[in-house]
Write a protein that binds this ligand. Structure first.
Ligand code: PHE
Length: 468
């Protein structure tokens, strides 16, 4: 059956507009803040290797499936799932998948915004020259001062939520294209400059081998599934913005004739390169200045300022870097709100402005939990072989990226490859029925679900593939 719906929320002007917006969603704090610190906590090379495998084998096929569903349904993820399920003669309970995504979006944005707030604060700190000639002790002290002050964190968090609400209220399609077109390449170039600095440090090679050569001895006391595979899988979902409807809603604005495959590979390559560059820039600094790779969520805020304090024009490059990182976070933040806002517009008859404001208030309130996780409410626990020190923030983060997103992705894969008729996916992907289509279908039918399930079951101890 040929389906030709249009979205009441509009459409991207071209395939490139979609690629830019989706890259804007994918590239963000996940690449530059989360990827390096998780790599450091989870022992380096082995984690990176598994992460890359997850992106390729699980992430890309699921991303294609999610875009395909979005474009076919052309509504908020909740209504898209309901419409498609009805059309395919399936249970309307599939809309719960959309709901899980909306909830995950609220939780992720609630803490994402607090971290984006650190970035805001670092624009000013770097710009004021606070890091000139700073050593590790000083950058560590400045970071600790910031996170121990809930009032400051709340202020920056509020500003970031407001920034995101304003864009979503205007409609994510206006202006986003232009911003991403200029700012993403600029961020990329600045990362290259940082890599240049990293090359000048004594321990460049040590940093590189830490990142790319798995250290099997360090794995001896780890549980491979819960300590390496699960966090790597979660990071793949988080970084590609999949499993919660963000890419689905962006896909719902994609013109019918645009290639989903080409778009996905472009987005995934851009996303992965930014993460790897961030790692290459950061680990040499970590080792050269005697810092701990497992330093936790403060890692980039403690390491990069040392570099900015040393390099020529560091004050300028440093504030520019945090400005660009803020933009990268901004273009991700708006995509976290979009699924909820479109649902409110469709089902509650709200204007976009009201819907965005309501969603903003919910995330802002929830964000207070994260603000306090770094100070008054801080508590520690052990997870994935490392100590997590920031209580509820860590729990939010683990719950969403390691559980909700992979579960959402698993259900997307099951829906697209096991529930929908083959003819619907053939039609929507537009690859014909040849090898490329069969490869995708095999990946979403078997590889991606098996990957997620095997990791889930082993990590929770329900299954023991490599029990010793
Ligand atoms: N991918 C974004 C990042 O890496 C975060 C994000 C996750 C955005 C999930 C949307 C959905 O920063």
């Amino acid at each position: 059956m040929s389906v030709n719906r249009t979205s009441i929320h509009g459409q991207w002007s071209s395939r490139w507009a979609f690629i830019l917006a989706a890259t804007g969603s994918a590239v963000g704090l996940g690449n530059i803040w989360r990827f390096p610190y998780l790599t450091g906590e989870n022992g380096g090379g082995a984690f990176v290797l598994v992460y890359l495998a997850c992106v390729l084998l699980v992430g890309i096929p699921i991303m294609m499936a999610e875009i395909l569903l979005g474009r076919r349904g052309r509504q908020s993820p909740i209504n898209t799932m309901e419409t498609l399920a009805e059309e395919e003669g399936l249970s309307r309970h599939w809309h719960l998948l959309g709901w899980m995504g909306v909830i995950a979006g609220f939780i992720i944005l609630s803490y994402y915004s607090v971290i984006a707030g650190w970035t805001l604060s670092y624009i000013l700190k770097t710009g004021s020259g606070a890091f000139i000639d700073a050593d590790a002790a000083l950058t560590q002290g400045i970071f600790t001062d910031l996170i121990s002050d809930p009032k400051k964190l709340l202020l920056w968090h509020s500003i970031f939520i407001l920034m995101s609400v304003v864009i979503v209220a205007r409609g994510v399609k206006n202006g986003l294209e232009q911003a991403v077109k200029i700012l993403m390449p600029a961020l990329f170039i600045l990362l290259l400059i940082m890599v240049g600095y990293a090359m000048s440090t004594e321990k460049f090679l040590e940093g590189i081998s830490y990142l790319f050569i798995p250290d099997f001895d360090a794995l001896a006391d780890k549980n491979l599934f819960s300590d390496i595979f699960l966090p790597a899988l979660g990071q793949a979902f988080f970084s590609l913005s999949i499993g919660m409807g963000a890419i689905m809603i962006y896909g719902s604005y994609l013109p019918k004739e645009s290639s989903i495959t080409f778009s996905c590979f472009t987005i995934a390559i851009a996303d992965t390169s930014v993460a790897l560059l961030a790692g290459i820039a950061i680990f040499p600094i970590v080792f050269s200045y005697g810092l701990e790779p497992a330093g936790g969520p403060g890692l980039i805020f403690i390491t990069l300022p040392i570099a900015f304090g040393q390099m020529p024009f560091g004050t300028f490059f440093g504030s520019l870097f945090f400005i660009l990182l803020l933009f990268a976070a901004w273009t991700s933040g708006i995509s976290l709100l979009e699924p909820a806002v479109t649902w409110l517009v469709e089902n509650k008859n709200m204007s976009r402005v009201k819907a965005a404001a309501l969603a903003g208030v919910i995330t802002w309130l929830l964000g207070i939990v994260t603000v306090l996780s770094f100070n008054d409410w801080a508590f520690s626990f052990s997870f994935a072989g490392s100590i997590k020190e920031n209580g509820l923030f860590d729990i939010f983060d683990i719950l969403t990226s390691n559980i909700m997103l992979p579960l959402g992705g698993l259900l997307v894969a099951i829906f697209a490859a096991w529930q929908m008729s083959e003819s619907s996916t053939v039609e929507e992907l537009g690859l014909g029925e040849g090898r490329a289509y069969q490869a995708w279908r095999f990946a979403v039918r078997y590889i991606a679900p098996a990957g997620v399930l095997i990791i889930f079951l082993n990590a929770t101890g329900l299954l023991n593939v490599f029990s010793s």
